[in-house]
Design a protein around this ligand. Sequence first.
Ligand code: PMP
Length: 362
Amino acid sequence: MIKRAYNFSAGPSALPLEVLEKAQKELVNFRGTGMSIMEMSHRGATFENIHNEAISRMRKLFSIPDQYEVLFLQGGASLQFSMIPMNLLKEGQQAGYIMTGSWSEKAFKEAKLFGEPYQIATTKENKYRNIPTFEDIQFNSEDAYIHLTSNNTIYGTQWHSFPDTGEIPLIVDMSSDIMSKPIDVSKFGMIYAGAQKNLGPSGVTVVIVRKDLLEKANTEIPTMLKYSTHAENNSLYNTPPTFGIYMLGEVLNWIEEKGGLEAIAKHNEEKAKVIYDTIDNSNGFYVGHATTESRSLMNITFRVTDEELEKQFLTEVKEAGFVGLNGHRSVGGCRASTYNAVPFEACKALSDFMIEFQRKHS
Ligand code: PMP
């Protein structure tokens, strides 16, 4: 048995061991071709099958209706911050941004280069500890779209239900919780995510976009930055990140084998619960960053109340074989990212470690 780290990294993050082992087995001689998947043409039948299968698995698992395109792009979720307004915001037109953390801020900053975005609601004054309430979400009926970040990787907050934006497309950055649970895709104009948390290695960005939005999109923009270019070419306009797409397809296969998104969601709830319960039962030794109702099931942010002990905690937890528990540099503290591929045993081991650490130091 290989000794695997208890990997709580925020992204890139843990991948399913079964997927890594399969990729290892197939690495130098992909299914009898005498080549690695990385060494063959993206125009050949072997890769095209992998590519199309990954798209259809995604459609099936995530129940994506036919009127949506599924695109595999590059440039990370960060390039989407620019591509969205570049394609979907006309000069002088407004778009509403709901601000729940640094990634929303970055998305908003890019939109200012193309149109007139405005902030609908922000929880910055509360250190982004919570998601705004629906009453705080007031927007204009003429808006090109409304943008929000479904899971705030840095602050550890998550939208557990989404506002109804009616006719106005809701565009959501789901980088850190995509496919962690079933959702109704038809409620969204567009969903996007970097793959490197729940879906595979970094290098692939998934975009799920309603076709009618592409028909209305701006045309005077660079070819590579137009969604329609990629939609018209089945995401094979230029050389795609072939290995990443192969891995993404295998991760989707793994999700399917685990019982699909319902089963994954249940598993994710159990994993997060064991850690949140530890925080809540610690009599203030540990304290969560997010307010209870806004807590993320993907990124659990917390502090050890005593600052000196917190340093010691982070040192000792690392020595004990846990990886990636330092909070983001902008907020400090601790963060356990419990994405789809992080096993329950790792979360239980972390909880046990936290309980023991508290027992020793109080
Ligand atoms: N949005 C969210 C919610 C994220 O967590 C991240 C990355 N951590 C990004 C956007 C940026 O993604 P990328 O690095 O793929 O550009």
